[in-house]
Ligand binder design. Structure first.
Ligand SMILES: NC(=O)c1ccc[n+]([C@@H]2O[C@H](COP(=O)([O-])OP(=O)(O)OC[C@H]3O[C@@H](n4cnc5c(N)ncnc54)[C@H](OP(=O)(O)O)[C@@H]3O)[C@@H](O)[C@H]2O)c1
Length: 228
């Protein structure tokens, strides 16, 4: 590949703002036709209106019915999905003894179960066509421990483990799976933390687009760090 994605389609969950929106714009700039998916319709509609994606589908990545509707809408309008980027994510911070169980569950549902659901939705088509790329946005938090980060870090450690298992299941299938683990990126999510930004969302987006268009198949199962 030459870094271009003409003739390819992509789904980007969490594509309404921040890193996901930057990824949608980068994939679109490389020629892909992209669906952005998130709960806030005004944000995904704005990405489409400004040329960063071809289609907006509103929904919750933790709901299987919404994810099935996402795949159906994408296939109907843009065709089979070649590239799936799971960027949808939420952050809940708090020490273990004060973090509400509902907040713990919600983080795991969106960040980890969401990746399982969207992967599951696109996998049969990718396998039958013998090609596809599944890219999940993990984090430096999936490699370290952070005070007040138990739910979020566990979701990202889990996401990396999930991707490695999926890559093993898909060995030889033509479908590649990778995680991308950024450090601190200047987004609304980072503003919930005490950490200063090290980079812009567009810098992560360029790495993800490289993974989508150019990374060798032999990298399947790898985690790619992006530290600004
Ligand atoms: N910012 C950082 O420093 C950093 C570092 C490493 C990794 N990451 C990861 O990068 C990804 C993007 O984060 P960001 O910093 O760009 O955060 P952000 O600006 O808050 O964007 C998060 C995106 O995910 C969507 N989303 C959240 N819950 C969702 C749900 N249940 N269903 C569908 N979409 C949902 C949001 O839209 P709605 O709220 O409208 O649904 C939004 O479009 C996340 O996975 C995050 O963990 C971020």
């Amino acid at each position: 590949m030459n870094g271009r994605l003409e003739g390819r389609t992509a789904i980007v969950t969490g594509g309404g703002r921040g890193i996901g929106a930057a990824i949608a714009r980068e994939l679109t700039a490389r020629g892909a036709r992209v669906t952005v998916f998130a709960r806030t319709a005004t944000e995904i509609d704005e990405v489409v209106r400004t040329g960063g994606a071809a289609l907006a589908v509103a929904g919750d990545v933790s709901l299987e019915s919404d994810v099935i509707r996402l795949r159906a809408s994408h296939e109907r309008v843009l065709g089979p999905c070649d590239v799936l980027v799971h960027a949808a994510g939420i952050l809940e911070r708090g020490r273990v003894e004060v973090l509400e169980p509902a907040a713990w569950r919600r983080v795991l549902e969106v960040n980890l179960t969401g990746a399982f659901l969207v992967s599951r939705a696109v996998l049969p088509g990718m396998k039958s066509r013998g090609r596809g790329r599944i890219l999940a946005i993990a984090s430096i938090s999936g490699h370290v421990g952070t005070a007040e980060g138990s739910a979020y870090n566990a979701s990202k450690w889990g996401l990396i483990g999930f991707a490695k298992c999926l890559a093993e299941e898909l060995r030889g299938s033509g479908v590649q799976v990778m995680t991308v683990s950024p450090g601190s990126v200047d987004t609304r999510m980072l503003a919930q933390t005490p950490f200063p930004p090290d980079m812009a969302p567009e810098e992560v987006a360029r790495v993800v687009a490289w993974c989508a268009a150019e990374a060798p198949d032999a990298m399947s199962g790898s985690d790619v760090g992006v530290f600004g």
